[in-house]
Design a binder for this molecule. Structure first.
Ligand SMILES: [Zn+2]
Length: 188
């Protein structure tokens, strides 16, 4: 497995629409290797999500999730991010459930050291393929739904800035920790 180079804001690959992965292609060594490398890259940079265009691959797939804190490690009581299991989704299609939206902090591995508040659907259903080529349907809410929406946006060339209602909350990470939150908001 290898750690891949992450495209930063300004690279055209982040603004392009990614192509669907043909179902017969999912189990190919190329896609399987890409998924493995993306998990490895996300772990290296302590992200909670990573979409293929962020590693210069214009295909519709992303990886997401992070493990619960290790035994003995401190867990923030009011950590709204909770624990998101590791998963990879290919050709995701999101349907919002209800009209409710929620605004919360987001970061992006392609926009390092910046955090901002982004409105997202609170609840969604996502249809996709998993890495074995099986069709899956996931009902997600809260932070997991937020991550899935952020990553799926990357497949359409959309960055979280584009979803913000106002840029007033934009903050650098140091100032974020100092003035806005003590909790660590992982980048996606
Ligand atoms: Zn991102």
């Amino acid at each position: 497995m290898s750690i891949l180079k992450i495209a930063r804001m300004g690279h055209p690959v982040l603004r392009a629409k990614a192509r669907p992965v043909h179902p017969s292609e999912i189990r190919s060594p190329r896609i399987q290797q890409l998924v493995d490398d993306m998990f490895e890259t996300m772990k290296e940079y302590q992200g909670v999500g990573l979409a293929a265009p962020q590693v210069h691959e214009g295909v519709r797939l992303f990886v997401a999730g992070f493990p619960p804190p290790a035994e003995g490690e401190e867990e923030d009581e009011d950590d709204e991010q909770g624990h998101v299991p590791l998963f990879a989704l290919i050709n995701p299609e999101i349907t919002p459930v209800g009209r409710e939206t929620a605004e919360d902090w987001e970061g992006c591995l392609s926009i390092p050291e910046i955090r901002g508040r982004v409105p997202r659907h609170r609840q969604i259903t996502v249809r996709a393929f998993d890495r074995t080529g099986k069709k899956v349907q996931i009902d997600a809410s809260g932070f997991t739904a937020r991550v899935i929406q952020h990553e799926t946006d990357h497949l359409d060339g959309v960055l979280f800035f584009d979803r913000m209602k106002s840029f007033q909350s934009l903050t650098y990470l140091d100032e974020f920790s100092k003035y806005w939150s003590s909790k660590h908001v992982r980048a996606e």
